[in-house]
Design a protein around this ligand. Structure first.
Ligand code: 3PG
Ligand code: MG
Length: 407
């Protein structure tokens, strides 16, 4: 990760200015209701700060994947109501993000007002990063603030293109996310370890390769571990594994050894004959997985070993569950290790940074979501960061100058 710097809100006097605030209002919705308000709650302080200081805050975001045309179910209107509630303040919804409707709304604002524009992805120019779309968005405001770390891996008009046209600043949430990630991976207290779970080696290849370069210990869990075990010549029964990734897994293991990164794999697993609630289960050594059975969680010896490992770390990065935590009892391994990480964090012995994909729900399920040092609400952006990639939305903010936060 190259060193970047960017301006923060510390160097912005928003009074009387129209501020285009890129937020990530892409919140999870189930049966028409927002199922998790975390992204909205974390965004609120940035909006409050800007509005309280007399800024005119024009919130812009994507929601879901409407693919370049208006899709009524993907309107940001209901989400703007949830935002108003979180802010305890009136928020005006504007049914377009560019053009006359948006222009008129921006022109009618007073100091301290907040508006939310309609879904940017209703226009194809958002995802294609069309320069005209970026200019149309920029024309609404005097200043651009990006507070959407979780969308920063997308080089879209509202995350990247617009920064070319306006003085650009990182919002508070962006600042917090970036400094948490920096503290975990770029400049961590050592030893630093990572727990990486999930189903497929193939989707986490870049991530694993980058982690090996950065961390002192890498524990692999989830179905990905089966591929690593099979690569060692072990029989994993009918466990999920990627036959075509065995060489790759061996190469990762060899590279870890060469770099002095300890690769930790399960030593025992909980197996079941079927992936089904109430199916009979057994705990077996990884060298004794019966034919026709599948590994669905790490076993107690692995948990004990991982706990011991955690005790020796100063920093832990966590991405992905260790087992199929959605179905009891295959949540036990993830729960136990997450609870130990939380305990060490609360005692001030460990700094824990988690994020990406299922990680937030796994930690919530384990009851420790609020006990980690930092949990990112980013999915793909968190993963790309762990892969060591530069995120276009962050790069677009990068510049040298006064009052910049170094990264
Ligand atoms: C996310 O939810 O991860 C971000 O909002 C990005 O959404 P996308 O994957 O649809 O680009
Ligand atoms: Mg998504």
């Amino acid at each position: 990760m190259a060193t970047l710097s960017f301006k923060t809100l510390d160097s912005l006097d928003p009074r009387g200015k129209r501020i285009l605030l890129r937020a990530d209002l892409n919140v999870p919705v189930r049966d028409g209701a927002i199922s998790d308000l975390t992204r909205i709650e974390r965004l609120a302080p940035t909006i409050k700060e800007l509005a309280d200081k007399g800024g005119r805050v024009i919130v812009v975001s994507h929601f879901d994947r409407p693919k370049g045309k208006p899709v009524p179910e993907m309107s940001l209107a209901p989400i703007s109501e949830a935002l108003a509630k979180a802010l305890g303040k009136k928020v005006t919804f504007v049914p377009d993000c560019v053009g006359k409707v948006a222009q008129d709304a921006a022109a009618a604002m007073h100091d301290g007002d907040v508006v939310v524009l309609e879904n940017t992805r209703f226009y194809p120019g958002e995802e294609s990063n069309d320069p005209d779309m970026a200019k149309a968005l920029a024309s609404l405001a005097d200043i651009y603030v990006n507070d959407a770390f979780s969308a920063a891996h997308r080089a879209h008009a509202s995350t990247e293109g617009v920064a070319r046209h306006l003085p650009s600043f990182a919002g508070r949430l962006m600042e917090i996310e970036l400094s948490a990630l920096e503290a975990a991976l770029e400049n961590p207290a050592r030893p630093v370890g990572a727990i990486v779970g999930g189903a497929k080696v193939s989707t986490k290849l870049d991530l694993l390769n980058n982690m090996i370069e950065k961390v002192d210990m890498l524990a692999v869990g989830g179905a990905m571990a089966n591929t690593f075990l099979a690569a060692q010549g072990l029989s994993v029964g009918k466990s999920l594994k990627e036959e075509d990734m065995l060489d790759t897994a061996r190469a990762i293991a060899a590279k870890a050894k060469e770099r002095g990164c300890e690769l930790v794999l399960p030593v025992d697993v909980v197996v079941a004959s079927d992936f089904m609630a109430g199916a009979p289960t057994e705990t077996v050594s990884v060298s004794a997985i019966p034919d026709g059975w599948m590994a669905l969680d790490v076993g107690p010896k692995t948990v004990a070993f991982l706990k011991e490992k955690l005790a020796g770390l100063k920093t832990l990065v966590w991405n992905g569950p260790l087992g199929v935590f959605e179905l009891a009892p295959f949540d036990e391994g993830t729960n136990a290790v997450a609870q130990e990480a939380a305990r060490l964090t609360k005692e001030g012995k460990l700094k824990t940074v988690a994020g990406g994909g299922d990680t937030v729900s796994a930690l919530r399920h384990a009851g420790v979501l609020h006990d980690m040092s930092y949990v990112s609400t980013a999915g793909g952006a968190f993963l790309e960061w762990l892969e060591g990639k530069l995120l276009p939305g962050v790069v677009a903010l990068g510049q040298a100058g006064e009052d910049v936060a170094p990264l």
